[in-house]
Design a protein around this ligand. Structure first.
Ligand SMILES: *Cc1c(COP(=O)(O)O)cnc(C)c1O
Length: 416
């Protein structure tokens, strides 16, 4: 008896801030046969993935590997491994994911000091630096691209100040990695978390991270080798407070990803295939070319939305290039529009959280989803659905405005 239908997910046009569409090459990689976790073929793939992650993060850090779990697993691993209970952690918050950094830091036993900025804006770096001088935090944790509000925080000056004042700088670059410039070494980030299901266009389930020797030193002090696999002749535990999580203990993960291959968890084989292929695609395209592509499609989307007469949300000076926030027009049921887009056009866009719930739509232009076909599709569909909902829109102009951007870009050879 067949009780369940065969799996047959609809092919959607996914224009949310993640998860986004995945390149068929990545899906094919995931269907490859399983290898054992100590098979030299597999450990070679682990090493190649580390090398490609260093290029992605634009870093010379040795430590660059994925944590198994979604992006927040990477955030937890970095914070629980770096925060010793009682450490002071400064978290400037300008949206949902800043709150998440503060909450996880609290759970790690930190003395958390927060600063809050109105959603839709970012911090003046000087304001953060002043606060750092006052508070002298052990760690500063900040979001680079805040997907909940569609804003991007400039981090270069804060990075330099962290180095000067002796704070470790932890950056959530989940939304920006692979879609906008994240210069880990140049901007002096000490530990960084990326995401897979956003601009890298790999399914959710891994969190690439990197950290430098400053961070490594602190983690080494807290080193603990699992009792059942300890070798008394070489393993000496550190003098620092033991890391409270076993799964997210970066001192153990470093041994697993290092030459000793000291077993920790079982590496997620098919996800590693996916990440490796996603990274190969990203580096083949070229980082700067990829960022340029994200900016081009953002430009076309913005031109279309504005030509339609829609108002954008947030401070334009710090817009996150890979997420566009649109104010839901007065009298329009935002959720009904989202439902109709999905049902009739198979197009998915998102709303937001907290104070912005029901007030804005968020349209992602990330990774494999960031294409001319998708931008034109979402503009056409949104216009039709808004007309259907009796919203006042300047009909017929959005696609022309977006096409203008594409035609112009092609003729000036910015992008072919
Ligand atoms: C999506 C996102 C996260 C959380 O990622 P999950 O993969 O859902 O755990 C964290 N930070 C930012 C900035 C994000 O955009």
């Amino acid at each position: 008896m067949r009780r369940y239908r065969e799996l047959a997910p609809t092919a959607r046009t996914i224009m949310t801030p993640g998860p986004v569409e995945v390149d068929p090459r990545v899906l094919r990689a995931m269907a490859s046969p399983i290898l054992g976790q100590f098979d030299p073929e597999f450990t070679e793939m682990m090493n190649e993935t580390m090398a490609m992650l260093r290029e992605l993060f634009q870093t010379a850090n040795h430590q660059a590997f994925p944590v198994d779990g979604t992006s927040r697993s990477g955030i937890e691993a970095v914070l629980v491994s770096l925060i010793e209970p009682g450490d002071k952690v400064l978290v400037p918050i300008y949206g949902r994911f800043g709150h998440l950094l503060a909450e996880i830091s609290e759970r790690c036993g930190a003395n958390v000091v927060v600063m809050e900025q109105e959603w839709g804006k970012v911090f003046d770096p000087e304001q953060v630096i002043e606060k750092m001088k006052l508070e002298r935090p052990d760690i500063v944790a900040l979001v680079h691209g805040e997907t909940s509000t569609g804003r991007m925080q400039p981090l270069r000056d804060i990075g330099r100040a962290c180095r000067e004042l002796g704070s470790l700088f932890v950056v959530d670059a989940v939304a920006t990695i692979g879609g906008a410039d994240v210069r880990v070494d140049e901007w002096m980030f000490d530990a960084v978390i990326g995401g897979t299901q956003k601009c890298l266009s790999v399914p959710a389930g891994m969190a690439p991270i990197t950290f430098n020797e400053r961070a490594e030193e602190k983690i080494h002090r807290r080193k603990n080798v699992e009792r059942g696999i300890r070798d008394a002749s070489v393993d000496r535990n550190g003098s620092g407070v033991i890391i409270r999580s076993n799964y997210f203990d970066l001192s153990q993960l470093m041994d697993y990803w290092g030459p000793r291959r000291l077993n920790h968890h079982t590496e997620a084989t098919s996800m590693l295939y996916a990440l490796r292929e996603g990274l190969r695609i990203t580096l083949e395209e070229g980082l700067q070319e990829r960022f340029g592509r994200h900016k081009l499609h953002e430009r076309a989307l913005l031109a279309g939305l504005e030509a339609m007469g829609l108002k954008l949300f947030g401070d334009a000076g710090c817009k996150l290039p890979v997420v566009t926030c649109v104010q839901i027009p007065e009298g329009i049921d935002g959720d009904a529009v989202i439902r109709m887009l999905l049902q009739e056009f198979k197009v998915e866009i998102a709303t937001s959280f907290g104070p912005l719930k029901g007030k804005i739509w968020r349209i992602g232009t990330m990774g494999y989803s960031c294409s001319q076909k998708n931008v034109l599709t979402v503009l056409g569909a949104l216009e039709a659905v808004l007309i259907r909902h009796k919203a006042k829109v300047d009909a017929g102009r959005a696609l022309q405005a977006a096409l203008d951007v594409y035609v112009e870009a092609r003729s000036s050879m910015i992008y072919v």
